[in-house]
Design a binder for this molecule. Structure first.
Ligand SMILES: Nc1ncnc2c1ncn2[C@@H]1O[C@H](COP(=O)(O)OP(=O)(O)OP(=O)(O)O)[C@@H](O)[C@H]1O
Length: 394
């Protein structure tokens, strides 16, 4: 099953029929209808489910909510339509709207080193994520480097260090947090459009994987992905059991437009870059770092994952991938090196079976490594302990 742009009937509805009903909707100020105004994105139809977004001015997002609801309602009323998801997106057209925040100046200390980096330390117009003190993005420019495994274990390690923590799976194309935390089921409504977060090992969690079946491949265009992500951040009662100290965001891999838009729109306190020691991964990590620097987001540091191989039978350490690259890179560009996590079957098996190592084997040496990384991260966020790193732009 694919979400796809569909001109032929699927269920009993076509994009033309949907556009026709949307043509009845106009802005309060009058003028052309919303289709003519170019506000309606591509329409994706999958059997009886319809998904699309409306492009609005970021400042007007709240005022446009009734329009979003109306659009949802009129499409839902079409025969053959079972479910509708309409998202507001503030994707800016080139040349319009506010520009990027200026790049960090050489030698400028990142905001994470200031006392308590607040949400939105990077400045600019940001989404209002309620009930969360700090949002930390875990990124890797390349897939498969263990970003999700690292996100989950770091979130659990932050929690083990005494913080209230949530995790958001922003990896829309390949959501893995439900599986990694062994969480099944659908989120319940809290109030109106707000969802209760799911919970696993004490972490508050939200993922598109809770909303869509795991084996449904999703082909979502950029703006729709951004809308889905912003809704998952904004429309979730993250502080249902008290304010979160940290929301860890498992970012989608890549450094494309989606990543950049996320970096611009989400009030990130900082980012953690995950890299394997291989050269290619390091090249990608460098790209990732450059991107966060571009939008002025403080880099909390680099984690080298699958850094070395610990032989389970002889206990010996093997640097199978040419170890140490991430530390070198971190030193070179002047960002903190947070630590190295070995390639180990225990980490993989527990992760893949929904029993993350930090939660299920706290005394394990790998769990200690994650907790130590989390300690440094929390220190970065609180501005405690370490010398403020310098970001140097070449
Ligand atoms: N330190 C590690 N030791 C052993 N296996 C690991 C380690 N880190 C991750 N893995 C394994 O590597 C695989 C990929 O990990 P993960 O899904 O976390 O990567 P990812 O970067 O998030 O991938 P994607 O980009 O596909 O989402 C998984 O099977 C996971 O269990």
């Amino acid at each position: 099953m694919f979400w796809k742009k569909n001109k032929v009937p699927a269920g009993n509805v076509t994009t033309d029929q949907i556009q026709d009903v949307l043509r009845k909707l106009k802005l309060e100020t009058g003028g052309p209808d919303i289709v003519e105004l170019g506000m309606v994105s591509d329409i994706f139809i999958n059997e009886g489910s319809v998904i699309f977004s409306l492009t609005v001015d970021a400042e007007q997002a709240n005022a446009m909510e009734p329009l979003r609801e109306k659009a949802q309602e009129v499409v839902k009323s079409l025969s053959g339509v079972e479910k509708v998801m309409v998202a507001l997106t503030a994707e800016r057209k080139p040349g319009s709207g506010p520009s990027l925040p200026p790049p960090a100046k050489p030698g400028v200390k990142p905001a994470a080193a200031k006392p308590k980096a607040p949400q939105g330390a990077a400045g600019g117009h940001k989404l209002d994520v309620k009930g969360v003190k700090n949002i930390v993005a875990v990124s890797s420019a390349k897939g498969g480097v263990g970003k999700s495994t690292t996100s989950v274990n770091l979130a659990l390690a932050l929690q083990a260090n005494g913080l209230k923590v949530g995790i958001l799976d922003a990896d829309i194309y390949g959501p893995s947090i439900p599986r990694l935390l062994g969480i099944k089921g659908r989120p319940m409504a809290y109030k109106d459009k707000i969802l209760k977060p799911m919970e696993g090992f004490g972490l508050k969690a939200m993922s598109v994987g809770f909303l869509v079946d795991e084996d449904t491949p999703m082909i979502w265009r950029g703006p729709m992905v951004v809308s889905a992500l912003t809704q998952m951040m904004r429309d979730v009662k993250w502080d249902i059991d008290g304010e979160l100290d940290v929301l860890v965001v498992d970012m989608p891999p890549g450094t494309g437009d989606i990543q950049l838009t996320m970096a611009q729109q989400v009030p990130l306190s900082g980012s953690v870059i995950v890299s394997t020691p291989q050269d290619l991964a390091l090249l990608d990590a460098r790209k990732g770092i450059a991107m966060f620097e571009k939008v002025n987001i403080p880099i909390l540091g680099v984690v080298e994952n699958m850094s070395y191989f610990l032989c389970p039978s002889c206990g010996e350490r093997h640097d199978v991938f040419g170890h140490g690259g991430a530390r070198e890179i971190a030193d070179k560009i002047g960002v903190p090196f947070l630590g190295e996590v070995p390639l180990h079957m225990d980490i993989r098996e527990r992760s893949d079976s929904g029993r993350p190592i930090v939660a299920t084997d706290a005394d394990n040496e790998h769990s200690k490594i994650y907790r130590e990384i989390a300690r440094i991260m929390a220190g970065e966020l609180a501005g405690a302990g370490r010398e403020a790193p310098k970001i140097i732009i070449e």
